[in-house]
Design a protein around this ligand. Structure first.
Ligand code: GDP
Length: 200
C-alpha cells in the first residue's frame, strides 16, 4: 500500500457530456455523494493536494465530471455533487442525466466511493446509488465522512448501524469511518483503492 500512488495526481479535464471523456480504457474509480458530504475534502486528503478540490469547486465545474490521472491508465473521477436545493429543476435534470449516462456506460469504471456525512447516512440518493450499483454489479465502498464530529463511541455506533443495514442489501458493499480533518481512515481508503486500481 502506498500513499504515493495518489499524490502524483494530475488534472485531465472537466467533461460536460460523456462524449468528452477520455477513451473508455484502463481503470476509473469514481467519487460520488450528496453535495456537502465532504467529497472535495476527501479527495484533497487522499491526494494531499489542495488543487483537486479547487478545480472541482471552480464555478461552472461543480456540475461536470472532473477527471484526474494517477498513471497513464488509472483515473480518479469526481462526479457532480448531488442535491443542491437551490438549483433549478432543469439543471438538476442535466446533472442526473450526466451521472446516469456515465454510470451506465463506462466499462472502465471499477467501483464507486460513496460519501455520506456520518450524521446523516443512507439518505434517498445514497440508497438509489446502492440499488443501482447492485443492478450494475459494481462494488461500492462507503466513507462515513466528518467522523471527527462525533465521539468515538457514537462514531462506532454509526458504523455498526450502517454495516448492519448493508448486510441485508444486495451488492458488493463495504463501509469505513473517514475524516479529512483528523486524518481518520485514510490508510484504509488507500488500501481499498489500491485493490481496485491493481496497485502493488
Ligand atoms: P463536497 O460538497 O462534498 O465537496 O464537500 P466539501 O469537501 O466541500 O465539505 C463540505 C463542508 O464540510 C465544508 O465546510 C468542509 O469544511 C466540511 N468538512 C469536510 N470534511 C470534513 C471533515 O472531515 N471534518 C469536518 N469537521 N468537517 C469537514
Amino acid at each position: 500500500m502506498s500513499a504515493a500512488n495518489y499524490q502524483k495526481v494530475t488534472f485531465i479535464l472537466s467533461a460536460a457530456s460523456v462524449k468528452q471523456l477520455p477513451l473508455d480504457e484502463g481503470i476509473e474509480v469514481a467519487f460520488v455523494g450528496r453535495s456537502n458530504a465532504g467529497k472535495s475534502s476527501a479527495l484533497n486528503a487522499l491526494t494531499n493536494q489542495k488543487k483537486l478540490a479547487k478545480i472541482s469547486k471552480t464555478p461552472g465545474r461543480t456540475q461536470l465530471i472532473n477527471l484526474f490521472a494517477l498513471t497513464e491508465d488509472k483515473r480518479l473521477v469526481d462526479l457532480p455533487g448531488y442535491g443542491f436545493a437551490k438549483v433549478p429543476e432543469e439543471i438538476k435534470r442535466k446533472w442526473q442525466l450526466l451521472l446516469d449516462t456515465y454510470l451506465k456506460n463506462r466499462h472502465c469504471l471499477q467501483g464507486l466511493i460513496l460519501l455520506m456525512d456520518i450524521r446523516h447516512p443512507m439518505q434517498t440518493f445514497d440508497r438509489q446509488m446502492i440499488e443501482w450499483a447492485a443492478f450494475a454489479d459494481l462494488p461500492i465502498h462507503i466513507l462515513l465522512t466528518k467522523a471527527d464530529k462525533l465521539s468515538k463511541g457514537a462514531r462506532n455506533n454509526a458504523l455498526f448501524t450502517v454495516q448492519k443495514e448493508l448486510k441485508i442489501l444486495p451488492g458488493k458493499l463495504s463501509v469505513q469511518l473517514f475524516s479529512s480533518q483528523e486524518q481518520i481512515g485514510r490508510e484504509e481508503l488507500i488500501a481499498h483503492l489500491d485493490s481496485w486500481f491493481d496497485f502493488e
